[in-house]
Write a protein that binds this ligand. Sequence first.
Ligand code: DAH
Length: 341
Amino acid sequence: MLKDKIEALKAEIAGLKAASADEAEALRIKYLSKKGSVSLLFEDFKTVAPELKREMGQKLNELKTLAQNRIAELKASAAAAAQKEVEKTDVSRPGTPSPIGGRHPLSIVKNEIVEIFGRLGFTVAEGPEVEDDWHVFTALNFPPEHPARDMQDTFFINTNPDILLRTHTSSVQVREMERKRPPIRAVFPGRVFRNEAISARAHCIFHQVEGLYVAKNVSFADLKQVLLYFAKEMFGSDVEIRLRPSYFPFTEPSAEMDVSCTLCGGKGCGVCKGSGWLEILGCGMVDPAVLENNGIDPKEYSGYAFGMGVERIAMLRYGVDDIRNFFENDVRFLSQFQSAM
Ligand code: DAH
């Protein structure tokens, strides 16, 4: 019976609830759209006996009005609730900061080294960390079985002793001489590996920047001038340098360079162990045998090379007293370094 259907829908509509404007709109579609349950009753109405038409028509219209009002009410209260939510939000409150990372101090220092030499015309190149004996030792004039190889405790690949983790970025000198003809003027930053006990001063993984210049008439004076410029740019214009004779298989003559202590300015302190000097790199004139190993005629060309530890320079620059800090990724340490580069 139509009358029962109307009563049932009336009760249903009176109890409708909507948690949002979208839900209220879904109810409008369900009851009042063309195919909605209220609208469909108007189809039934067509079959109502003529003497009941008046009464049923009235009831149907009442039902429709009830549904329209109820749904309008639901929409209004959903909108009011949403407005209240918006008003609860304090739009003047500062946002929650999301921390952004920064450059690692080793990257900052490495970039700075590369940039200083870049101003002098040095390009940048890289080479593989997993290397062969030729590039790390043999081409650099380390004789087989010679104790010079013991200067560096090497990680070899067990199954193939010819393959190893490079112990210095000097190997990239060799790669560069293979792919370029003089003049060559480049720096090679990278990670190196040594089988060494980890302590405050040493780590089995660290970083170096190697430099190489090969051209006609390159002299030791050129090397000294470039290193002096580097030291002053890196540590400040007051810094002094000192070259001490040393030995490396791939340079002749070889030297180690000290800078005047960055902490005490040369007077002598705990950091420089009273000497006033800090060792920061190795260098020398490229041994003619190394040029020859790479197909460069030592009668026509000469060159210099140098190599420095990035951690060592970063420790001096920032006053870091334990190398392990660089590898532990403790944000409390890392967040202290700011860089423009
Ligand atoms: N490769 C040396 C090391 O790891 C550093 C070095 C010394 C590099 C002298 C050079 C050099 O290019 O000429 O200790």
